[in-house]
Design a protein. Structure first.
Length: 434
């Protein structure tokens, strides 16, 4: 706190036992406040401790007005207090107010977070836990493969990356819905959870050890927090170049899969980053898109495949991969593409006869610095791709790959050649990063 500010607005964390949760200093600030700002419940908890002459502003549904109320009070040299919940810096109002005003205008008096209290109730160490808020707009039940706009998307990614999670829930995103997300992601045996209801209230209740299957069918009090911890070790998968045999494929001997060597080079040419948005057009067995999702843990992969049998295979490979940042669609591109987020990288493994149109769409949608990589095994598709790219004045190059693998012959080994593959790599010359 900048001691030079003579009249800061004080943001005070309050728990559900009201004045009992406050220090003498915090309570004195509330009693002497000329302007008191808080949510309906918090104002009610401390109604008997406020001045009769204090102006009270209910911020419920009026969050945007809070900075103006604070500024007005400070200009009038009035003492102003904002009542927050728990620790105002843990998914609370304080960081937002600091952006709207300035940190020098604020003094923060934090309290215990309800997450800390819940951990204390069951003896769960929380210093390495990931805190996730699902207090977002209701987007409905989690469906495997949902796009990043879903309100539970961040949670679906977090349960893949962390062993302990502390969750701030909402009226829509309840503990039961969270448990159903775990079940949908195939993590029903991997996690246990605790639910703490009505903390510091007479009807406080803590469910200390539930399975996702149990919690999915239960009803809980509206005021609650959820703790998750792994009961099974977190997988440590190979990120790049998994063996072809580890993927389900068409059988017999018709594996519609980008081979390991070509897959590795294609992913390298895509220039992926941790947060890249990737399109996989003509997904086949899903190998390229799934490995891209492994590499882009903070990003997302959207894949499309027109053949229903291959979609089923790709879905099975998705389930085995243990990732939640991958969406697979059944259709023929360019269907669906208009609904996808703009990509940083696009892989085309199959075009369904729409190659020129797909190239045009991709080059229009690529973000600055984005890359397009296409795999071809026919001269005709190679010629179509390079002609289209030249017409569009894109920057492009072609790489030919032909791998040979050793195979036994009697007591010796010979080299068996795979089919040659052309990798066409392109980008818009006017869309480079500065």
């Amino acid at each position: 706190m900048n001691s030079q500010d003579p009249n800061p607005c004080r943001i005070i964390g309050v728990l559900d036992d009201g004045a009992a949760s406050l220090s003498a200093t915090a309570l004195a600030y509330i009693r002497n406040a000329d302007v008191l700002i808080g949510g309906t419940r918090t104002l009610a908890l401390l109604a008997h401790h406020a001045r009769d002459t204090a102006v009270q502003h209910d911020l419920t549904g009026a969050l945007a007005q809070v900075p103006g109320w604070i500024a007005q009070a400070r200009e009038a040299d009035q003492s102003c207090v904002v009542l927050a919940t728990g620790d105002p810096l843990c998914h609370g109002i304080a960081p937002w107010l600091a952006q709207q005003l300035c940190i020098e205008a604020l003094e923060i008096l934090p309290n215990l977070s309800t997450l800390q209290l819940a951990c204390a109730r069951i003896g769960l160490a929380w210093q390495e836990a990931k805190i996730v808020s699902v207090h977002s707009k209701d987007a409905g039940e989690w469906q495997r493969g949902s796009l990043p706009g879903h309100g539970l998307y961040a949670l679906a990614q977090a349960v893949r990356a962390h062993d302990r999670l502390l969750l701030l829930t909402s009226p829509a995103n309840t503990p039961a819905r969270i448990a159903r997300l775990l079940l949908a992601e195939g993590l029903g045996e991997a996690f246990q959870l605790a639910v703490a209801e009505n903390l510091l209230q007479p009807d406080e209740r803590v469910y200390a050890q539930l399975t996702p299957a149990e919690a999915a069918a239960m009803d809980f009090a509206p005021l609650n927090v959820v703790l998750l911890w792994r009961s099974q070790p977190r997988p440590n998968p190979v990120l790049l170049g998994r063996p072809d045999s580890s993927y389900q494929q068409r059988q017999p001997d018709k594996g519609l899969i980008t081979k390991q060597e070509v897959r590795a080079v294609s992913l390298a040419r895509l220039q992926l980053r941790a947060d890249s948005v990737v399109w996989d057009i003509g997904a086949g067995s899903g190998s390229v898109g799934l490995e891209a999702a492994q590499l882009c843990r903070q990003g997302h992969v959207c894949a499309i495949e027109k053949n229903a049998a291959d979609v089923a295979i790709a879905q099975a490979n998705h389930s085995a991969a243990g990732i939640s940042n991958y969406s697979l669609f059944h259709g023929k591109a360019p269907e669906q593409l208009e609904h996808w987020p703009d990509p940083d990288a696009v892989f085309i493994g199959g075009s369904g006869g729409e190659l020129p149109q797909l190239i045009r769409i991709v080059l229009q949608r690529l973000r600055p610095g984005g890359r397009l990589v296409m795999n071809f095994v026919t001269l005709e598709n190679l010629a179509t791709a390079t002609a289209t790219l030249s017409e569009l004045q894109a920057d492009w190059d072609v790489l030919q790959l032909q791998a040979a693998r050793s195979k036994p012959i009697l007591h010796m080994h010979r080299m068996a050649a795979e089919n040659p593959v052309w990798l066409v790599c392109a980008r818009q010359h006017n869309k480079e990063h500065p």
